[in-house]
Ligand binder design. Structure first.
Ligand code: DX5
Ligand code: ZN
Length: 220
């Protein structure tokens, strides 16, 4: 497995997003947290900012939509050129149809589950998805503590991939840093979102390399 690191712009300076993207040339995906004040108690950025980012960086944009009614809004992020668009299972009315719409619009389709949401009910549905995002904190804010309790869901998803039942990138998001990434990697994650661990580091691009090395060592 090749670990991919996705720095989260949520921990960057919102007045300097293009510079924040330019500061992490070594990242695999650039994670963009879209929050609407309804699905989560925080409000961040939306479609116009994603459209502007698309023009100012070549990094693949990984849009994590923490919003109500993703059935209506998520495809517009795919049309805006996002590489991967992740919607929350708790918010989607027709997640199977939504995955088809996202792919038809040219993006990978991602499904996110909150820490308290079980994986089991979504296993069949995930056959139509490209990415599973397992939240390792409650969605809404950066800088929270990693919840190791959710790792059994990562392990189970990895087992399903290994047995050929699913073909998915398994992404973890929240509290990923030098102390926690190995546990997530050992459980089977291969995409690691890191906000504060990257953007609060003195050298964000070096922090990415260090995180990737730690994940590689955990796989070995
Ligand atoms: C939280 C967001 C995360 C956040 C992670 O709801 O989905 O992407 O940026 O931040 P850290 O890495 O600081 O926990
Ligand atoms: Zn996120």
């Amino acid at each position: 497995m090749q670990p991919r690191i996705a720095p989260s712009l949520l921990s960057a300076d919102f007045a300097r997003l293009a510079e924040a993207a330019a500061a992490v040339p070594g990242s695999d995906w650039l994670h963009v947290d879209v929050m609407d004040y309804h699905f989560v108690p925080n409000l961040t950025i939306g479609l116009p900012v994603v459209q502007a980012l698309r023009k100012s960086t070549d990094l693949p944009l990984d849009c994590h939509l923490m919003i109500d009614d993703p059935d209506r809004w998520a495809p517009t992020y795919a049309e805006a050129g996002a590489h991967n668009v992740t919607v929350h299972a708790e918010a989607a009315a027709d997640p199977a149809g939504l995955a088809r719409d996202l792919r038809a619009a040219g993006a990978l389709a991602g499904l996110a589950i909150k820490p308290g949401t079980p994986l089991e009910p979504y296993l069949e549905l995930l056959r139509g998805y490209d990415t599973l995002l397992v939240m390792t904190v409650e969605p809404g804010f950066g800088g929270q503590e990693f919840l190791a309790d959710v790792l059994p869901k990562v392990r189970e998803a990895r087992r399903r991939v290994e047995t050929g039942h699913l073909t998915l990138a398994i992404e973890v998001d929240g509290g990923i840093n030098e102390d926690t990434i190995a546990a997530a990697a050992e459980a089977g994650a291969d995409v690691f979102v890191a906000g504060s661990a990257v953007y609060h580091a003195d050298d964000p691009d070096r922090a990415i390399r260090e995180l990737r090395d730690l994940a590689r060592k955990a796989y070995a």
